[in-house]
Design a protein around this ligand. Sequence first.
Ligand SMILES: C[S@@+](CC[C@H](N)C(=O)[O-])C[C@H]1O[C@@H](n2cnc3c(N)ncnc32)[C@H](O)[C@@H]1O
Length: 284
Amino acid sequence: VSAETYELFSKEPPSGNLGFVDPKAKTLQLTVAGHDLTIHQSPTALSSNRAGGTTGAVLWKITPVFAEWMSRPENLFFASGVLSSQSSVIELGCGIAALNGLVLAPKVCRYVLTDQPYVAKLVEQNIEENFGVLSSKPASGVRGSKTLGRKMKGGAHDYPTPLLTFRELDWETDGVDPSLTGGDALRSFDAIIACDCIYNEALIEPFVQTCADICRLRVVDHAGMPPTLCIVGQQLRDADVFETFMNRFSRDFDIWRVPESRLVEGLRSNSGFVVHVGRLKNPL
Ligand SMILES: C[S@@+](CC[C@H](N)C(=O)[O-])C[C@H]1O[C@@H](n2cnc3c(N)ncnc32)[C@H](O)[C@@H]1O
């Protein structure tokens, strides 16, 4: 772990702000995976003093690059078959943008966005306004049971299983249980995605514990299926926070850093971002 910290932090990360895309803009225009998207965010909520934090009120820089990388056909998880159109993915700390979900939901079977409740309204709006741009799959849903009926040209579509859902999941106060999947028969996940969720030492223990508990859903319910992989993208800010995370993560997970050759330019070593993949060590 120390060698990993040394290697990553001995290169100077590019200077810049904390990692917001634009903390003052109410609306962002982004092109991701070849699609022009409009993302609404809340500078007001960001600067409020909500107990429990407000960082998810705006979009963070790693996520558009991460979403672009994941969307490419040559992306290692899709190219290797770890993820496919049959896969089920959950994202932790998704923030208001829903960007990874918007880009990846059309490529998988089910994508569950999670975060604290304060992001739900803007997640809903961002899904509503952008989902049609990215996919011909017409249904999306938020807050678990609520499905957003989307009338497409040529007829109404009501899908019993929402493809893209938002569910509240607070790492510090909520337990992980199979209802996270919305009561679906598919009661576990192929991958967990988290972008820029490693920045506060106090959140590391509940974050890693949540990851481990989600991975155990698969082992308990689907013995014999490939393990849930935990894909963690982060901005390199503070060596102590990073090392605390790696020490805690490596207690429960075998960890690999995604090599340069499998990343897009915007995530390579001079970017100040890094992506690790974890596999639970002792599932039972
Ligand atoms: C730096 S933001 C990143 C947001 C988003 N992933 C992005 O890259 O734009 C960190 C995210 O972690 C979420 N978060 C912080 N504490 C949390 C907790 N206890 N439970 C669940 N999510 C939490 C925040 O709400 C926020 O969305």
